[in-house]
Ligand binder design. Structure first.
Ligand code: GLU
Length: 486
């Protein structure tokens, strides 16, 4: 290995938002670093000036922070191998490309866009791979000098040797072999003087002492170019691990068209970072057992590149919802309280003041019934406002002619108890049922309807206890006035 310490990097191009595939790459790098007591580097690959998006880096960093993926070196935190923005490393790339030119492994190309276009078209007609034809490789030193003097624009290309086997040793995919004839003379430096991804990526991975390159499978086809660069520059190659593609449920490549791909969309929808991390970790990796619910610490302990799959990983939002439910259930109520208060601030109940004690009771009774924090509000609105409408179907089914009289009886039983606890409500209901000589169900269903307007929800006595005696009596009265027996 290049050095004893594992050093990995997440190297996004800041295009505006963090893609869930990017989150997976970042996470696997993070887990691998932490598992091996290594270093996790964030490097911003911002050499494509056409794709520059204002605020993209800040957005990316804040999304990584939200997910808890702290990095050891990179923007804001610094480090020994900076700068960590490629746009600030231009001289470094130039130095190395000059070395490549001197050795004959790279050359200047003055071909016009029109010539390249024509070449492409000819190759297309002949059904050949689109490749540069090394036209400018034959220019003499003098010709090159003259063109530069005349101010002609040029790019610098990789001089790919003919018919060579290029073998990539990949931890996930095993040995992958390419023939150099299929590799284009890649542009290394563009006419604006900026490097392309390939050159900058290799130079930086080397200078930043990266030991393992862990990235999406879409970069595998670029790796032969990288391997050539390492060899030409006489550098030891890092180990490669290419992660499987993310797929839509119909097995097509994960795309915006079939759902959200930006991490912030999931954040905005109220997914917990624990659930998202857990979900993304399982997109292409498993520990070889049946465990599906993980906290980050367990992922760090279990993670290995050897257990990353080759086959594409299907992005199944239902599974994410289920994981959100599981992680929400695991959270201490006090933590959920903070989130619920935040949700309430943005709801139509923002002006109403609910006590912490009240909200904690709401959480306790609903925790097993919601996937998202905001569902505490949407699914159990009756905790936040009195029902004004009553479910017609439930009325049909359980509001009988004798119901008003029975509920009136029950109301007086409730009125007699001071500060009723859950059990007090229950005892009062059961003894009233006995007194009226009816089954408890005869009272339970209409009572639930009266206090919540619906036929389902948390345990009835939890609901009564949380609402409190006064409110329960008030709601029974409203129901008695509003609901007409059928
Ligand atoms: N800048 C590339 C990207 O946007 C990095 C690929 C790599 O990790 O080598 O994904």
């Amino acid at each position: 290995m290049i050095n004893d310490v594992v050093r990995v990097r997440f190297a996004p191009s800041p295009t505006g938002y963090l893609h869930v595939g990017g989150l997976r790459t970042a996470l696997y790098n993070y887990l691998f670093a932490k598992h091996n007591n290594g270093v996790f580097v964030l490097r911003i690959e911002d050499t494509d000036r056409n794709r520059y998006v204002e605020g993209a880096v800040e957005n990316l960093i804040s999304t990584m922070k939200w997910n808890g993926l702290g990095y050891d070196e990179g923007p804001e935190v610094g480090g020994e191998y900076g700068p960590y923005f490629q746009s600030q490393r231009l001289e470094i790339y130039n130095k190395h490309v000059n070395e490549l030119i001197a050795k004959g492994n790279a050359y200047r190309c003055f071909c016009s866009a029109e010539r390249i276009q024509k070449l492409r078209e000819e190759q297309q007609v002949q059904k050949l791979q689109a490749k540069y034809d090394k036209h400018c490789l034959n220019l003499t030193k003098e010709e090159i000098e003259n063109k530069i003097q005349a101010g002609e624009q040029f790019v610098i290309r990789l001089n790919v040797p003919a018919n060579q086997r290029i073998i990539i040793e990949d931890i996930v995919r095993g040995n992958v072999e390419f023939n150099s004839d299929t590799v284009d003379d890649q542009i290394l430096i563009k006419s604006d003087g900026f490097p392309t991804y390939h050159l900058a990526n290799v130079v930086d991975d080397h200078l930043m002492k990266i030991t393992h390159v862990i990235r999406g499978e879409e970069w595998l086809s670029s790796t032969p170019k990288h391997v050539l660069l390492y060899d030409f520059l006489g550098w030891e190659k890092p180990k490669f691990a290419h992660l499987p593609l993310l797929l839509n449920p119909d097995k097509s490549k994960l795309s915006k068209r079939q759902g959200d791909v930006a991490v912030e969309d999931y954040q905005k929808k109220g997914y917990l970072k624990e659930a998202l991390i857990n979900f993304v970790a399982l997109l292409g990796w498993n520990a070889g057992d049946d465990v599906e619910i993980y906290e980050i610490e367990q992922l760090i302990e279990k993670f290995s590149l050897e257990r990353v799959n080759k086959a594409g990983a299907v992005f199944n939002v239902e599974k994410l919802d289920w994981l959100n439910f599981e992680h929400l259930k695991k959270k201490p109520n006090a933590e959920i309280l903070i989130m619920l208060k935040e949700e309430l601030k943005h709801s139509k109940y923002a002006e109403i003041n609910f006590s912490d004690e009240y909200l904690l009771n709401v959480i306790d009774s609903m925790k097993e019934r919601v996937n998202f924090v905001k569902e505490f509000i949407d699914k159990s609105f009756y905790y936040f406002e009195s029902p004004t409408e009553f479910d017609e179907k439930v009325i049909q089914k359980s509001w009988k002619e004798d119901t008003p009289q029975q509920l009136t009886e029950l109301r007086s039983a409730f009125e007699k108890i001071d500060n009723p606890k859950k059990e007090d409500f229950e005892n009062a209901l059961r003894s009233t049922a006995e007194k009226l000589n009816v089954g408890a169900g005869k009272l339970i269903h209409p009572l639930r309807l009266a206090v919540s307007g619906t036929g389902q929800g948390p345990g009835l006595f939890d609901l009564l206890y949380t609402l409190g005696k006064e409110e329960v009596i008030k709601r029974i009265n409203t129901a008695l006035e509003t609901i007409k027996p059928n």
